[in-house]
Design a protein around this ligand. Structure first.
Ligand code: NAP
Length: 292
């Protein structure tokens, strides 16, 4: 990095796994790192760990927010927008799979949808002005190859009918990819060239992932952990998309092992992407690069 003012990176879900490794590496590269986290104690501990690898004089800050709660997202975005002049890298990394019983958020949305898609959609929209202030901003959305098992019902994004933890998770990860592609299209249409966005699959990673889910998912992740990728390896594609000059101009892509890959889902159509966008705006109560 050559600029005087350090580039600012906001990483969600940086208290654990892939997000923590991503935040540590961006701090090592000289970024001013802001950790978005829902747990104050974990956030404080993570901040100390990141501070140890940060460049001398570089700050590491915390933004407390439970992404499943839209009012917390609004409050956190407001705090961010008051504190900082611009945002150079936003890594929408936080995400999880829930249990057998369908749970709802503070706003009445199904928890997987609320945490993995709706909260990040609202956060990105509310921080968008600060991303536009950057000469070259990047939005990185951590999806999953689980998108291939998605069977979304666009009339029932909150899964009031047909809830299962894996289906809700797979749907949310397809939404991460569709959001990325649709956002890239809308940026291009408006001639906004200083903001790019890409999504990725990190691999099957031995992190804390699955700990909120069913006994089967927890057992699977425990038994399979020795054969899985480490969080360090899992974070490589996030770090690549967040900071590598090779992808500075790339937008709308889906990456696996730092390579672009085609998205193979019959649900991934332009019409569905538009529908998802409109529904997300409606449910979040926030217009975002709306179509005329
Ligand atoms: N692990 C895998 O095999 C795998 C595979 C494909 C994709 N992914 C994706 O990779 C991303 C990171 O997962 P990981 O494996 O690193 O899992 P992880 O170790 O469980 O970390 C998840 C992070 O998200 C945070 N988080 C969860 N709910 C939140 C909320 N409501 N508000 C704010 N933060 C919240 C967690 O905070 P706490 O520390 O407070 O819990 C934690 O920091 C996820 O999007 C996941 O879908 C993972």
């Amino acid at each position: 990095m050559t600029t005087q003012q350090p580039l600012l990176a906001l990483i969600t879900g940086a208290t654990s796994g892939i997000g923590k490794v991503t935040a540590l590496e961006l701090a090592r590269q000289g970024f001013h790192v802001v950790v978005l986290a829902r747990n104050a104690d974990k956030a404080a501990q993570t901040r100390l760990e990141i501070q140890q690898v940060a460049w001398p004089g570089r700050r590491v800050d915390v933004l407390l927010c439970d992404l499943s709660d839209l009012s917390q997202v609004r409050r956190a975005a407001e705090e961010f927008n008051q504190r900082y002049a611009q945002l150079d890298v936003l890594v929408n990394n936080a995400g999880l799979v829930f249990g057998t019983e369908r749970e709802t958020s503070a706003n009445g949305h199904e928890m997987t949808f609320a945490t993995n898609h709706l909260g990040p959609f609202l956060l990105t929209s509310l921080l968008f002005d600060k991303l536009q202030q950057s000469p070259a901003a990047r939005i990185v959305n951590v999806a999953s190859m689980a998108y291939q098992f998605a069977k979304p019902d666009f009339n029932d994004l909150d899964a009031a009918h047909h809830y299962s933890p894996m289906r809700a998770y797979a749907n949310s990860k397809l939404f991460n990819i569709m959001f990325t592609q649709e956002l890239a299209r809308r940026l291009r249409q408006r001639g906004i060239h200083n903001v790019t966005t890409n999504s990725l699959h990190p691999g099957v990673v031995a992190s804390n992932f699955g700990s909120n889910s069913t006994w089967f998912t927890r057992a699977f992740y425990k038994v399979a952990a020795p054969f899985m990728t480490s969080s360090e390896d899992g974070a490589k594609t996030s770090i690549y998309l967040a900071s590598d000059p090779a992808v500075a101009q790339t937008s709308g892509g889906y990456f696996v092992k730092q390579q672009p890959e085609a998205v193979k889902s019959g649900y991934n159509t332009l019409e569905n992407a538009r529908r998802l966008w409109q529904e997300s705006e409606r449910l979040a109560g926030q217009p975002f690069l709306s179509e005329a």
